[in-house]
Write a protein that binds this ligand. Structure first.
Ligand code: ATP
Length: 286
């Protein structure tokens, strides 16, 4: 039997870092939401015992470093399943872009194996497994829109934002999330209003969502990758209502309620960087 699972990209509507913890992780407070750009994970059992993994895009590790591989290995071990697996990742989400591609692939693998092996795990149980793989995986299992605290693994669902267009633009640079967090100067950052963002979501106010967009990691990535600042300026000039870098970057997103404006943004940004998409917010768990 073959199972297919969708692995949606996420954007951060707000990303704050509150401090460094004794275990070396940062204490975060983030509002995340899923967008209609996704990898597709295809999994089937094989006659061998090992895990075979392939991805349809360059720069994705095809061995035990892949987060989908890690998820499968963890589940094989935890549930004592000896059967082998073939995992094909049909990659659409740009790699090392701040869109949680790897974490989402891991989450989709957990959901797919839950079905393939009839494990009957609840969403909470799958989220706990995800946390063993990476900080963003629990959110990717949950999906929709949520507040993530702790090191990113404590998830509280939030109302979906009003439907709108999201224009994503990624300059041709890969950013390492670990390096960005290490370079963050906690004394010098100005914190976004995460509570204001949560309130805006509860009100369903597109205007207030745009007003409260904020990401402390811009203070590291924008000086290092000037294209991020340039894309933000261009998106604002072209009429996006809200503009922000997602995660540790370098992808920038612009929000608009109008399809024609989203198209105008895509056409203008295409001359500036290759990876440009206009997608819809999903915002609700599937
Ligand atoms: P985040 O927003 O969670 O920080 P990201 O979008 O910035 O993630 P990813 O696309 O997940 O970054 O890739 C980061 C690195 O993880 C890649 O450079 C790659 O080496 C590694 N990686 C491991 N598994 C995957 C995967 N399934 N897809 C993409 N990259 C993966």
């Amino acid at each position: 039997m073959k199972v297919m699972e969708r692995a949606s990209a996420k954007i951060n509507l707000a990303l704050d870092v509150l401090g460094k913890r004794a275990d070396g992780y940062h204490e975060v407070s983030m509002v995340m939401t899923t967008v209609d750009l996704a990898d597709h994970i295809e999994i089937e059992e094989t006659k061998r015992e090992d895990i075979y993994i392939r991805a349809t895009a360059p720069f994705v590790p095809e061995d035990e470093r892949n987060l989908a591989y890690k998820a499968a290995a963890l589940m094989k071990e935890r549930f004592r399943i000896q059967r082998g697996l073939s995992i094909i990742i049909h990659k659409q989400i740009p790699v090392a872009a701040g869109l949680a591609g790897g974490s989402s692939d891991a989450a989709a693998t957990i959901r797919a194996l839950n079905r393939l092996w009839n494990l009957n795990l609840s969403t909470e149980e799958m989220m706990r497994l995800g946390t063993e793989i990476g900080s963003d995986v629990a959110f990717c299992v949950h999906g929709g829109t949520a507040l993530a605290t702790g090191r990113g693994e404590k998830i509280k669902g939030l109302p979906a934002p009003p439907s709108c267009w999201v224009v994503l633009a990624k300059p041709p640079v890969a950013v390492s999330t670990g390096n960005v967090y290490s370079a963050l100067n906690l004394q010098a950052i100005s914190h976004p209003n995460v509570q204001g963002m949560i309130q805006a979501l509860r009100e369903g106010s597109f205007e207030n969502i745009c007003r409260h967009l904020g990401n402390v990691l811009e203070s590291v990535t924008i000086p290092a990758v000037p294209e991020v600042g340039q894309i933000k300026t261009l998106m604002k000039k072209l009429g996006a209502d809200g503009v922000l870098m997602s995660g540790s970057g370098p992808t920038v997103f612009g929000l608009t309620q109008y399809e024609s404006r989203a198209q105008k943004l895509v056409n203008s940004l295409k001359g500036f960087c290759g990876d440009v998409y206009a997608v819809r917010l999903i915002g609700r768990p599937s």
